[in-house]
Design a protein around this ligand. Structure first.
Ligand code: IMP
Ligand code: MG
Length: 183
């Protein structure tokens, strides 16, 4: 772990091999459930990009992709659940079989808002796939249909997840050294 990207890493929480195995497992479930249906993956920018790119190739069914970007709700001191859409979908989801692909569910506020918003657009079905579930932190109940990993209440980076915009391109999921948060 000597290179410039890895110098702030304290420990690897989920290795590349483990990530691949967990993603392959839920991809098989998704393939079974959506075989013969028209599937639309909705990636939540930016954190879900790496997960979506690997997951979609493991699913290996005909599918389409679209993307949304939402604002986080600032400092998390309040749990109003108000999330702002920064980039909306390009296409209508009416009558489509929609699977939201998200990097992590923490409080649940982001996914709760997305589900509520997309449901009003009359998709044929609407489900959720997450890479990581920090269940201890949940503030609002959200049904997760496909979950690759449960993780403890620790801040993680890598495989799409960032701290101040960095570390998304680490190939594994990691915990940073305390000093990485101080600079
Ligand atoms: P929620 O609305 O609290 O469920 O938060 C979901 C969003 O918070 C995710 O999409 C991430 O952008 C961010 N987030 C939550 N926990 C972490 C973490 O450990 N590392 C990086 N981002 C996180
Ligand atoms: Mg996110």
């Amino acid at each position: 772990m000597a290179n410039a990207l890895e110098k702030d890493i304290n420990k690897v929480l989920i290795s590349e091999e483990e990530l691949h195995a967990g993603i392959a497992r839920i991809a098989a479930e998704i393939r079974r459930d959506y075989e013969g249906k028209d599937l639309l993956l909705i990636g939540v920018l930016k954190g879900a990009v790496i997960f979506l790119s690997d997951l979609s190739r493991e699913i290996a069914l005909p599918l389409e992709m679209d993307f949304m970007a939402v604002s986080s709700y600032g400092d998390r001191t309040q749990s109003s659940g108000v999330v702002r859409i920064l980039k909306d979908l390009d296409e209508s989801i009416e009558g489509r079989n929609v699977l939201i692909v998200e990097d992590i569910i923490d409080s649940g506020l982001t996914l709760h808002y997305l589900l509520k918003t997309l449901q009003t657009r009359n998709p044929a079905s609407l489900k959720v796939a997450v890479l990581l579930d920090k269940a201890e932190r949940r503030e609002i109940d959200v049904q997760i249909d496909y979950r690759a990993f449960d993780i403890p209440d620790e801040f993680v980076v890598g495989y799409g997840l960032d701290y101040k915009g960095l570390y998304r391109n680490l190939p594994y999921l990691a915990i940073l050294k305390p000093e990485a948060y101080e600079s």
